[in-house]
Design a binder for this molecule. Structure first.
Ligand code: GDP
Ligand code: IMO
Ligand code: MG
Length: 428
């Protein structure tokens, strides 16, 4: 069975925990988009591991873990992440980089930093890891790919095309430092060494063999559907496609290779950075969720904005993300809540219009208010429960209601950060 793990909200849903769990049965794990803007936490064997780009399946021996063609790699950050894992005693011999992955150059992070610091209006609140500018160059066809680093002659030719354009933009648009060809060539030499142990020029054969041998493939998404550049709360999004469809473009496997798409969602919603968030709670309840759920960013340390579960965006995520089932995480955060709210629709305060489907023009979201239904809490510690039937009745009621609203089954319930704190619903 080949599965995709997709974030179904605005990122940080607990995807890494679910990926780590599913990776046990996978032979090949492919991270298909994004870069080190991601912060993925896995808690296993009393240790906490934080990943940014390296697939969390790396914790298991004997698995092949690919950083896919759809990703962008900040070389120094990757080097630090790989070095940190090696220090922890993690074997990276299964780690491979697709040579088609894009490289984040220093000018990309500089542009990202500049754009964010100068933007008064229209700030995105990016992670400042150069993600947007790297994807911009990729789509403008002036980006560098990992494979470029290993052919000096063609790299030199490519830089003769790219650099004049980049330098003109850096100087005239941003007023930033320009780069000489020698400077960039030296950087590229350094990057070639950083990636050398991992670059898999033979990736087509590895993928073909996996397909032929019907190996279990796990596609690991970063960010979430609502941050997708096509379907998310544009322009307050990242610059890649976290949706299930992104697993194909970012991995090199076609759609028929996918059997299941598991959307990961918290029992509430969080968001980091700017952008609309209809169920956001700017009050004590939001604060309570943030403190109990430890809602602070893995990559930037920023406090996450918190709010009630939003079935409107989530139904939209089921559709556009191609979700076949849902993993609900962090439901234990509600253990001390007497009441839990669930947003089932939006109401336009201007004319009372009710939206059950997600309105995609985010600039009118300031006129929307959530329509809530209220559920009774369970007021007991559920973090030790491992079977669905043993969950308190009110927790099961809440899950059932989510299934009804979303139209897909809840296949996994996570009741704590640890690998073990998981309930598989109707396991086969
Ligand atoms: P990701 O980016 O989607 O992989 O998620 P993050 O790692 O950014 O954030 C999820 C946080 O929630 C991490 O600190 C996880 O250890 C933690 N976590 C995951 N699942 C659960 C859960 O079911 N309960 C609780 N309390 N914490 C969880
Ligand atoms: P994981 O994989 C949460 C958000 C940023 C910002 C917007 C654009 O851990 O779920 P970018 O640096 O990508 O250009 O920033 O996207 N963002 C994330 N939010 N989790 C993430 O990753 C995110 N990656 C980017 O906060 O609002
Ligand atoms: Mg995260």
């Amino acid at each position: 069975m080949n599965k995709v793990v997709v974030g179904a909200q605005w990122g940080d849903e607990g995807k890494a925990k679910i990926t780590d769990l599913l990776a046990q049965d996978a032979d090949l794990i492919i991270r298909y988009q994004g870069g080190c803007n991601a912060g993925h936490t896995v808690v296993a064997n009393n240790k906490t591991f934080k990943f940014h780009l390296i697939p969390s399946g790396i914790l298991y021996k004997g698995k092949t873990c690919f950083i896919g063609a759809g990703t962008v790699i900040l070389p120094e950050y990757f080097d630090e992440e790989a070095g940190g894992l090696i220090k922890e005693g993690i074997d990276l011999s299964g780690l491979k980089i697709n040579p088609l992955a894009s490289i984040t150059m220093p000018y990309h992070t500089e542009i990202d930093g500049f754009s964010e610091s100068k933007a008064k209006k229209g700030k995105i609140g990016t992670t400042q890891k150069g993600i947007g500018p790297t994807y911009t160059d990729k789509y403008a066809r002036i980006g560098l790919k990992v494979e470029d680093l290993y052919d000096e002659e063609t790299l030199s030719e490519k830089l003769d095309i790219i650099l004049p354009i980049k330098n003109k933009t850096l100087k005239e648009v941003y007023g930033l430092k320009t780069y000489t060809k020698d400077e960039v060539l030296n950087l590229c030499k350094k990057y070639a060494e950083i990636f050398r142990p991992y670059v898999c020029f033979d990736w087509q054969k590895v993928l073909e063999d996996a397909k032929e041998a019907r190996k279990n493939i796990l596609f690991e998404g970063a960010q979430g559907v609502m941050l997708d550049v096509d379907y998310g709360t544009y322009p307050f999004v990242t610059s890649s496609n976290p949706i299930g469809g992104g697993a194909c473009t970012g991995s090199g496997f076609g759609p028929k290779m996918i059997d299941e798409v598991i959307g990961v969602a918290k029992a509430y919603v969080t968001r980091v950075g700017e952008g609309p968030f209809v169920t956001e709670l700017n009050d004590e309840t939001g604060e309570k969720i943030r403190e109990i759920g430890h809602e602070y960013g893995v990559t930037t340390g920023r406090p996450r904005r918190c709010g009630w579960f939003d079935a409107v965006t989530m139904r939209y995520a089921v559709l556009t993300g191609g979700l076949t089932s849902v993993a609900i995480t962090k439901i234990d955060v509600f253990d001390k809540f007497k009441e839990i709210k669930l947003c089932t629709a939006y109401k336009d305060i201007r004319d009372g219009r009710i939206y059950k489907n997600y309105p995609t023009n985010v600039f009118m979201h300031k006129y929307l208010e959530p329509v809530y239904e209220t559920h009774e809490g369970w007021c007991e510690d559920i973090s030790g429960i491992r079977e669905y039937e043993k969950l308190p009745q009110n927790a099961r009621k809440y899950i059932k209601r989510l299934e009804q609203l979303l139209g897909v089954p809840v296949s996994i319930i996570s009741v704590g950060p640890d690998r073990e704190q998981t309930i598989f619903v109707n396991p086969q």
